[in-house]
Ligand binder design. Sequence first.
Ligand code: PLP
Length: 467
Amino acid sequence: MLSRKITSDSHGQDSSYFLGWEAYEKNSYHEVENPSGIIQMGLAENQLSFDLLESWLAENPEAIGLKRTSGESLFKDLALFQDYHGLSAFKNELVEFMSKIRGNKVKFDANKLVLTAGATSANETLMFCLADPGDAFLLPIPYYPGFDRDLKWRTGVEIVPIKCSSSNGFRITSCALEEAYLQAQDQGLKVKGVLVTNPSNPLGTTLTPDEIDLLIDFAIEKEAHIVSDEIYSGTVFDSPSFVSIAEAIKDRNLESSDVFSRVHIVYSLSKDLGVPGFRVGMIYSNDEQVVSAATKMSSFGLVSSQTQYMFSQLFADKKFTAKYMKENLKRLRKRKEIIVSGLKSAGIKCLKSNACLFVWVDMRNLLSSNSFDAEMELWKRIVYEVGLNVSPGSSCHCSEPGWFRMCFANMSEETLHVALQRLKAFAETLIKSKQQQQFGLSFSRTRSLTRWVFQLASDHDHRETDR
Ligand SMILES: Cc1ncc(COP(=O)(O)O)c(C=O)c1O
């Protein structure tokens, strides 16, 4: 009776990424009311700088009071506004903000910007514009678990993995790119492009200039699109600095070449400003037809005019945005240092990172075997015994078992310390019992070896006497 779309599970909502959230919902941690509850470390939210945003709002009440600074009401204008091109004041501020994040090395044109209800909608809209059902996009693995829903579910587009491995810090190589391309061809899929997140969710790293060059060369050679999801571009708190695809294209003087119109950027305020609830996302495309079609499609997920107005006022306050970005990055850097050193003291390493709201944690030493079953077994123990909802690498389609994504900016510092203490106690017990098992094993192996040597010796003795 119902459509195939809704009765199939191709939305990916059944992955452990979302199942962990359900466990958390049923038994959420609270320092007083539920101190043994589950701590949410699977949600890439930035709650570290709300005080800055709230104090700006308190000082600028007209921004949410829907008034001009002169006090004149804007209620009627905004209540009636429904032009899907968006408020030009807001779009002009947004492109300036995007340039600022990129050190003003590139300029953006507000006419090439399409507003969407978050990056979720931006990514899906781009798929509708660039690919037909059954076409493929190549994505480096591990990737953000939401992409199965955002890129594939309603569009019918297929994702083909570019296999990245821990041996080189999960970097994209030309071999892996070529292999993915060939794999798509073997599956009879037409490759329409490559989609990357830069900085990467879940790795927390920025793409190197070499990796970006590789992507551009690939897009030129195969006449493919590049979608660069730069949702974390303002959340880079350590070196190396962030290089946007826009900057790389400019540096290579490709602005008048064919590939220029095949480069599309996705952005949103969900991470850098920590406001996913406001649903402000965007597509920046160099292809006029894509901009025009995506603008029409944005009717299905517009950003409310009230929200646009509020952020146009906020971005116009350049002094505030500069202060916010600086302070926010400082707080994030500190948080990341806390989680990395806490994990280290628990004997757990993570991938060296410089961005985002999470770290990519290597718990291969805690697995009972090198398998995804063992990863699931460990993940369940971490969720239900330790009480931490982390995201297993398999939910990000990682090709190696034992990696987990852990978020650090969606909780208080005290809660993060509780989480780290819990994990440390668990890891120490687990490592000890593994060592004991190994010791027991090697002890019993030594014992049986000794027995065998004794046996041989006594056989030899017997033989000697037999002779
Ligand atoms: C890489 C990436 N793209 C898109 C999204 C969706 O963001 P939004 O809340 O703007 O829809 C996320 C959210 O976690 C993300 O990490």
